[in-house]
Ligand binder design. Structure first.
Ligand SMILES: [Ca+2]
Ligand SMILES: [Ca+2]
Ligand SMILES: [Ca+2]
Length: 665
């Protein structure tokens, strides 16, 4: 048995004694040791050595701020313990040089990082600190898990023709980015038209804005990449400043495009052990669109310098990840430097906090404090706060990883180009919405990766990767588009409104059934995923329609339907009757309407192409008729609707059995 397990058992023992004492003692007093144990935020599992995080009372925080010697607060019992455990330094976790008033109000100044000798016994030191009255919480600095990312480099000289439909931009690899727009012709077995984020239609409305900043908390982003560089955030004071100086006084030296919180310095991406994960994620959010090179990014602009901007908040470097205090500082940095979207394709390994209880109170854990600070910070005039998006995790579990599963963050599960859940995705509890994460597929050595997500890799390279890590930046990019579109239209969104828009603007997964064969052998029982992939597959166009306030009408692909819009107006009252409205040839062509005619009060149509379009439909509001010489007829009115055409039932090509019998709606 290792020491960690022994310690946990010891904790359990003390806790049991404490509970027993509570029960017996009518005064409700517990032993000092039991009280101390309740101050622990987490267990020492996977903790970074040589560090403990403490949350002290307000008076002690002030004492420490003014201390001549960092490890001497002037509070005698605390100083005695600091000496006893060999504390080498004590420093605030958060950067009190910037936005101090707000941070003080939140209590962020009360979090301190205690540096100890590398070989110090963390458990013993933590217990000693917890026994001090002025120490209210003790947290081990849980290390972020290094992503097990596998990139398949793309040879740019290979010419792919993976789709038959037209492309909106000239990026040569956009035809492989089925995850943005999947017309079913992508070179992947069982590719399903519409298994995408419906991005091309959204791009007709917005492609981003440079004043929307997305922070990528990940490996370092290769800011020199030919297809990313123009969309990198630039700290002008540092870019034009002196090397080795903190030119803008934000507490970080030479942070031109972000900061490396692992090595405390410049951003890196070429150390041994780096996988390119951060650069891949960044490219999905905002690789430069329509520049004739590489790939496209969800919010990468239109080729006119108008994409959203990326800040690199590096928490993984050379196969080593930061502990939670450095990660909390990275999140704080994003908030302090203008980001309004926080992109997180990372998590803690098992053993860290594993349920919402640890997050309920903002002061419970240092990372919760950092997330709350980000969410409370308004960095864009059209969003009241900051939005946090997380990858759900790749363990294939029926629960999202942590911190993704916290109910204040949006956790993203992953689908494949077949429109079905991926074999690795976490699903069910804590998972809020799905996006394409891609999937390797056993189909011969040369094409097995075609089902993955295509994006950038450091040093002007491009690669395919799979994972909820790849699904997440689609949602972050779409959140950035939503903020951009709100800004274009003079709309100010609150954070709850934006969260509601994201989780509700989906194509609903209905009832899956049957088995899906997975890469490397085995199969998935699809029924386990019924209604458990969050609310459904995110749809960028629907997100923008929700920002705009336009009602979306889902239409199953290839099926003749008879539409009555009265169901979409008010409570679906009987006093609304549709009138014959004009549907343009452009819309008919776009959605492949093979028949389209008004019959009585209804519209009959069959749409043969997946996509979306705006249609203004007229109706009579109240009364039975309009015009006809009647003075008392109903009033003619009209409303804009968005038709969203998505696939219906998907059939297993081998057996002919429906994989999603209810279709996607
Ligand atoms: Ca600086
Ligand atoms: Ca500098
Ligand atoms: Ca490009």
């Amino acid at each position: 048995m290792n020491r960690t397990k022994l310690f946990i058992l010891a904790l359990a023992g003390i806790f049991a004694v404490a509970c027993a004492t509570d029960t017996v003692d009518q005064q409700g007093t517990a032993s000092p040791e039991a009280i101390a144990m309740r101050k622990f935020v987490n267990t020492p599992d996977k903790a970074v050595g040589g560090e403990l995080i403490i949350y002290v009372d307000d008076a002690t925080a002030l004492q420490l701020e003014g201390a001549a010697v960092a490890t001497r607060s002037g509070v005698t019992p605390l100083d005695a313990v600091m000496a006893e455990i060999g504390a080498e330094d004590v420093a605030t976790v958060f950067n009190m040089q910037v936005n101090a008033d707000v941070k003080r109000e939140m209590g962020m100044h009360r979090w301190y990082s205690v540096s100890l000798p590398e070989n110090a016994n963390l458990e013993a030191a933590a217990k000693a600190l917890a026994m001090v009255d002025v120490v209210e919480r003790v947290q081990f600095s849980t290390r972020v898990e290094v992503p097990k990312a596998e990139a398949t480099e793309i040879d740019p000289s290979e010419i792919f023709v993976t789709r038959s439909s037209e492309l909106p931009f000239n990026d040569p690899m956009l035809n492989q980015q089925w995850h943005y727009n999947n017309d079913g012709t992508v070179d992947f077995p069982n590719a399903v038209a519409g298994a995408d984020v419906n991005l091309f239609d959204a791009w007709e409305l917005t492609t981003g804005r440079p004043d929307v900043i997305v922070a990528v908390v990940d490996e370092g982003v290769c800011y020199e990449h030919e297809d990313i560089k123009p969309n990198m955030w630039i700290n002008e004071a540092e870019a034009n400043g002196e090397e080795g100086q903190d030119d803008d006084g934000n507490g970080y030296v030479d942070d031109i495009h972000g900061y490396n919180f692992v090595n405390k310095g410049r951003i890196t991406w070429t150390r041994s052990g780096d996988s390119g994960h951060g650069t891949h994620v960044a490219g999905t959010v905002a690789a430069v669109n329509n520049n004739g090179i590489g790939v496209a990014g969800v919010a990468g602009g239109s080729g006119n310098g108008d994409g959203v901007r990326l800040i690199s908040c590096q928490i993984i470097s050379g196969g080593t990840a930061a502990g939670v205090s450095a990660t909390a500082a990275a999140i704080e940095y994003a908030a302090d430097n203008g980001a309004c979207v926080l992109q997180n394709s990372w998590g803690f390994e098992a053993g860290a906090i594993s349920n919402d209880l640890g997050f309920e109170n903002g002061s419970t854990s240092v990372e919760a404090e950092a997330f709350l600070y980000f969410m409370n910070t308004k960095n864009h005039p059209n969003l009241e706060g900051g939005i946090v998006i997380f990858a759900a995790g790749n363990d294939g579990k029926a629960v999202a990883g942590y911190p993704a599963a916290w109910n204040k963050l949006i956790a993203v599960s992953a689908i494949a180009p077949d429109g079905l859940p991926t074999y690795y995705t976490c699903y069910d509890r804590g998972c809020n919405v799905s996006a394409p994460g891609g999937e390797y597929y056993l189909r011969g050595a040369t094409t097995m990766d075609y089902g993955c997500v295509v994006s950038t890799l450091p040093n002007n390279k491009y690669a395919r990767m799979q994972g909820t890590s790849m699904a997440c930046p689609h949602v972050s990019g779409i959140a950035a588009l939503a903020i951009s579109y709100a800004a274009d239209n003079g709309i100010v969104l609150t954070l709850p409104e934006l969260k509601d828009i994201i989780v509700s603007s989906v194509t609903t997964f209905d009832t899956f059934s049957g088995q899906k064969t997975i890469y490397g052998g085995g199969s998935m029982n699809l029924a386990s995923y019924n209604n458990k992939m969050g609310t459904g597959l995110i749809d960028a166009y629907r997100v923008l329609m929700a920002v705009r306030g336009t009602t979306c009408i889902p239409i199953p692909l290839g099926e003749q339907i008879i539409l009555d819009i009265s169901a979409y107006i008010g409570d679906g009252g009987g006093t609304i009757k549709m009138l014959e409205s004009e549907i343009s040839d452009e819309v008919k062509e776009k959605l492949g309407m093979t028949d389209c005619k008004f019959m009585g009060n209804k519209l009959m149509m069959t749409c043969t192409k997946p996509g979306s379009a705006l249609v203004t439909l007229k109706y009579v509001a109240g009364g039975n008729t309009v015009g006809g010489g009647q003075i008392t007829g109903g009033m003619e009115a009209q409303q804009e609707f968005a038709f969203i055409v998505r696939p219906g039932v998907k059939v297993d090509e081998g057996t002919g059995a429906p994989l999603n019998p209810g279709g996607w709606f």
